[in-house]
Design a protein around this ligand. Structure first.
Ligand code: ASP
Length: 440
């Protein structure tokens, strides 16, 4: 039988009532046989995410401080879900084990992973499913990627298509028996890995919104959900700040062509967004772009040097400086005698002066300047390359909104047009672009 992997995010599992919704969703389709839970998230906006509380416990313990109060908040959440669902998952025993482990000084990753671990135990008991500990079958590389052996090990562990499995998200092992977590929000990555290992027909990512929105709803309150988008479009949008799906969650399923569906646990009948390899004809006809996303926190290094274009190895030496300081860059628009490098502000934190000095000494530019703040906005759309007039629309909209464009970049794939604007123009620019591409 073909299988669907369902990953449920923190708000989908924040309390017993949310667990009930999850069970109804899972039981409404037999193919939904592998469940990947996150740790319980916020019940209301002022609430805390369990993962944050766990980090806090570990941090306090490592400084020799009392973590009883925070730990009680963690325990109460799990015990309440267990009690209200009427399941027997030995939560009290597991929580006591965790408390002892924290005192014993287990690693930060170990403590943080227990949100997913305990929630997975609860979910397995509630669904009558088999619990699979990712520690035994998901292996991470030292830089947080997926070890290639994972797919074989996990595939074997999930071999029975007549069973229902629960595989907690967010963690695996380092291959030497130690627990290692993905980066924050990493249960999305786990879900994608599990879907690939199980050769699932679909990876459903259940969250608290009805699909991915075409723009940030904090700026565009009624932003439309996308019906369908390609992996490449979503990768661009999530990298450029559209949250909902972790940007590393795409490639495991993309490489093998498993579609992703972003669905809403609180509105399960809403179709949500489907992420696929190729857009359907209908979508190509009806939409010009997939969405618009952006981030404010970039800096721009501007370098000018007469006859730069003739100086063999100029860019090579520039990137060498960045590499020596561990700075990764995002974009690099250039002209004949000038070049700009855009990097995330955090990349240069505490080392901007040293990096600039080294660029000055290595490249002897005529002018070198650091623009401390620039916001980038990406207009993303797969069929942009085939459509006349998209760029014209972008720049007319920005002109009409009186926004000064500081930089323009379009990758060879013609999947997006990126513009750089001053941070104070960011919201205005985003609204103008949305209005022109998504007329109400
Ligand atoms: N619980 C983890 C976090 O808060 C992972 C996840 O929810 O995806 O980052």
């Amino acid at each position: 039988m073909s299988r669907i992997v369902c990953k449920f995010g923190g708000t989908s599992l924040a309390d017993a009532n949310q667990f009930r919704k999850v069970r109804a969703i899972v039981e409404s389709d037999k193919r939904r046989s592998i469940i990947v839970p996150s740790a319980p998230g916020k019940r209301v906006p002022s609430d805390a995410k369990l993962t944050d509380l766990l980090y806090l416990c570990q941090q306090s313990a490592s400084m020799g401080s009392d973590f009883t109060q925070v730990f009680t908040r963690v325990s109460e959440r799990f015990l309440e879900i267990e009690r209200e669902l009427g399941v027997k998952a030995d939560m009290a025993k597991h929580l006591e084990q965790l408390r002892e482990d924290i005192i014993r000084g287990v690693s930060k990753d170990h403590v943080a992973s227990r949100g997913e671990y305990l929630n997975g135990l609860l979910m397995a008991a509630y669904l009558g499913a088999e619990f699979v500990d990712p520690k035994d079958c998901i292996m991470l590389t030292p830089n947080g990627g997926v070890h290639p052996d994972t797919y074989r090990m996990l595939g074997e562990r999930l071999a029975r298509t007549d069973r229902r499995y629960v595989v907690p998200g967010f963690y695996g092992s380092d291959g030497h028996g130690q627990i290692k977590t993905f980066s924050r929000g990493g249960s999305d990555i786990s879900g994608a890995i599990v879907a690939r290992a199980a050769q699932a027909e679909l990876y459903e990512n259940w969250t608290d919104v009805s699909g991915l929105l075409m723009a940030d709803p904090r700026i565009i309150p009624h932003a439309k959900p996308m019906e369908e988008a390609t992996y490449a479009e979503i990768r661009e949008l999530s990298y450029m700040g559209a949250t909902v799906l972790h940007d590393e969650a795409i490639s495991p399923v993309r490489e093998v062509g498993i579609p992703i569906a972003i669905k809403n646990t609180n509105a399960p009948d809403h179709p949500g967004t489907r992420i696929v390899n190729k857009l359907s004809e209908e979508i190509i006809k009806s939409t010009e772009i997939a969405g618009i996303a952006g981030k404010k926190n970039f800096v721009m290094i501007n370098i000018e040097k007469n006859l730069m274009n003739k100086e063999v190895g100029f860019a090579f030496r520039l990137f060498g400086v960045l590499e020596r300081h561990g700075v990764s860059f995002e974009h690099c628009p250039s002209a004949i005698d000038s070049m700009s490098v855009i990097v995330e502000a955090s990349q240069l934190e505490g080392k901007a002066d040293i990096v600039l000095d080294e660029i000055r000494n290595t490249l002897r530019p005529d002018r070198l300047e650091l623009e401390p703040q620039i916001a980038l906005i990406a207009v993303v759309g797969e069929d942009m390359a085939e459509t006349i007039g998209i760029a014209a629309k972008v720049f007319v909209a920005l002109r009409d909104a009186n926004v000064n464009v500081r930089l323009i970049n379009q990758g060879a794939s013609e999947l997006n047009i990126i513009v750089g604007v001053m941070p104070e123009d960011y919201e205005k620019a985003l609204r103008a672009l949305y209005a022109v591409f998504v007329p109400s």
